[in-house]
Every structure is written in structure tokens, then in C-alpha cells.
Write a protein that binds this ligand. Structure first.
Ligand code: DO4
Ligand code: MG
Length: 312
């Protein structure tokens, strides 16, 4: 089962439950933010309610599973590979990464408001003022307003290595810009994931129909506890419509690899799904995000929905 956002027949954002290639629409006026105001047991009851209105998933345009006043936050340097890569790229500030890797308090940073997030089949962008840009494939935890873990999704924490490498104080510019955050395809409920520390994760980067980078890892390598990350995030912060907490990357291409305009990034996490993004460059190419802020129908058409299964 996946909790999905999609565009309904009237062109409005809607919430539904995917099972076996079909989508059960939930109440038409229910946003994800409203669902995430409920305790997790009530969310489960809503998700498990049945309907005879199932529609084939192939017929729907997916939206990122983030809306309302939801936010996306991210943890950093939570895997050894991330620590090594940042020590290598940083210009004289390598210690901060080693120190935060070993510290009790994790690195947590704000990543995106809901409207700036792109979803499965949509674009991500690289900055025009950055030389080295990478995708960061990450398991993300979805928390409700009470701080309970509702489920898991995938986040692509697209980042500028050159800007962060020049000075860690530039982190917000390296991490937060239009097109830097993709989340999706949906939310796999926590009650269906037996062990979030045993999920295989793969990333493939395609250029001109060839694979130019691929790698795989597992959440068993995570150096942090997911509940601790969530607890730190919520210590002095409130999320009335819930929050997505991305938990850091373990797949970092060797320098000087950088993303190109036109690349396709596919991130797969077992039991959670596959998030596909088309890379573009610069703010003008992402202007549609601002245009679509109140009108989902203004999002560019996405390629056919790869979540869909062939009709029986
Ligand atoms: O320290 C900078 C950010 C780290 C990060 O995003 C990651 O480890 O995934
Ligand atoms: Mg990251």
C-alpha cells in the first residue's frame, strides 16, 4: 500500500491509497496535511477503509506526497560515505564533518516548503552558479503532527558540492533552491515495513540513454537511529501538518562527477518504491513550480506513470 497524492478528474489535488496498481480515492476534501494531524492508528483506519471506486493507477497524474504546511527537513553526515565525501570536497573545514558524525546531536537542516517539492516523474534542477552537483538518494521518514512515524518515502536531496565545499556556512545555498528537492512516489505506511534498517537502496543516473553512474547501499549502514533523528527535529519545533525527515545519503559519486541537464536520476528503495527525476538547469526551467502553486493542472505533463501495472 502507498499513500499517494494525485490530480483528480476536476484537476484538483487529491489523496488516495494504492494497492496492486489501483488507486482508492479518499475523501475529496482531505489533504495529506489534514491526514497527518491524526494519530497513526486513525490514519491506518482511514487507509484501510475500502471503496468500490478504484481507478487504474495508469490513469492518474501523481503529485509529490507533501502539501499544506508540511515541510521537508534533512539529516546530514549520517553515513560514513557522506562523511568521507564531504571531508574530501571541503576546503579547510573537514573537521566539522568528522565532529558531527561522532557527535550525539545530529546535523539537521531545513530543506523545503511543500510547494517547492517535485514528485515522481517531475524535474529536479542544478544551480547555474555551481560546478559540481549531485543527487542525494535518501530514505525519508514521514511524521504526523504528534511526532509518530506514519511511513517512509524517498527524498532526492539535490546538492551543490562546490558551494558547500567552499565553506560549510554556504550549506543553505548548496541545499535550498528552486528544484533541489524531489520526494515520492508516495508514502509506504510504517505498519507495512518490517525493518527500516534493512532496506536496499539503489541509484542509477542515465545520460543519453546510457547509465553513467550507479551504486547501491543499505540502510543497515545508517550511523544514526531514526527515532533519535525525529526526536531531535521535534525538540523545539512543531509541525501541525506533519513533516518529511530525509535521513542522509550513503551514495555519493566520486569527484569530479556532476549532473548534466537532461540526466535522469532513478532512486529505488526496497519496500518504499522508485523515484524518478529528470535533471534540468537553472531557475527559469523550474518557474512552473511557482506558476502551479495554486493550480496543479499547471504542472508540466509527467511521463507515463511507472507505478502502474498492466491491466489484468
Ligand atoms: O553536511 C552537509 C549535508 C549532508 C547531507 O546532506 C547528507 O549527508 O546527506
Ligand atoms: Mg543529503
Amino acid at each position: 500500500m502507498l499513500i499517494l497524492r494525485y490530480v483528480d478528474d476536476s484537476g484538483r489535488p487529491a489523496l488516495g491509497i494504492e494497492r496492486g496498481g489501483y488507486l482508492t480515492p479518499l475523501s475529496p476534501s482531505l489533504s495529506l496535511g489534514q491526514l497527518l494531524r491524526l494519530p497513526v492508528d486513525d490514519i491506518r483506519a482511514v487507509c484501510e477503509s475500502r471503496s468500490d471506486r478504484d481507478v487504474p493507477l495508469a490513469d492518474v497524474r501523481l503529485l509529490p506526497p507533501v502539501d499544506s504546511r508540511m515541510e521537508v527537513w534533512a539529516a546530514g553526515v549520517t553515513y560514513r560515505r557522506s562523511r568521507e565525501a564531504r571531508v574530501q570536497e571541503s576546503d579547510g573545514a573537514a573537521d566539522v564533518y568528522q565532529l558531527v558524525y561522532d557527535a550525539e546531536r545530529p546535523e539537521l537542516f531545513f530543506k523545503s516548503v511543500a510547494w517547492r517539492v517535485t514528485g515522481h516523474g517531475e524535474q529536479v534542477s542544478v544551480r547555474r552558479d555551481s560546478e559540481i552537483n549531485v543527487p542525494e538518494p535518501e530514505l525519508a521518514v514521514v511524521l504526523n503532527a504528534l511526532g509518530e512515524t506514519v511511513g517512509y518515502t524517498i527524498c532526492n536531496d539535490v546538492s551543490s558540492r562546490s558551494i558547500e565545499g567552499a565553506n560549510p556556512l554556504y550549506l543553505p545555498q548548496a541545499k535550498m533552491y528552486l528544484g533541489s528537492c524531489a520526494v515520492g512516489p508516495g508514502i509506504r505506511p510504517a505498519w507495512e515495513v518490517a525493518d527500516p534498517y534493512a532496506l536496499e537502496m539503489r541509484m542509477t543516473i542515465e545520460r543519453n540513454d546510457s547509465v553513467v553512474w550507479d551504486g547501491q547501499t543499505t540502510t543497515a549502514e545508517l550511523h544514526r537511529n531514526l527515532d533519535d533523528l525525529a526526536a531531535y527535529l521535534q525538540r523545539e519545533e512543531a509541525f501541525p501538518d506533519g513533516v518529511v525527515l530525509s535521513t542522509g545519503t550513503s551514495l555519493v559519486p566520486d569527484l569530479p562527477f556532476t549532473l548534466h541537464d537532461g540526466d535522469v536520476v532513478i532512486i529505488e528503495i526496497d519496500e518504499v518504491g522508485a523515484l524518478r527525476s529528470q535533471v534540468t538547469e537553472g531557475k527559469p526551467s523550474m518557474a512552473w513550480l511557482a506558476d502551479a502553486v495554486d493550480d496543479s493542472a499547471r504542472r508540466p505533463p509527467a511521463p507515463s506513470n511507472p507505478l502502474a501495472r498492466p491491466k489484468p
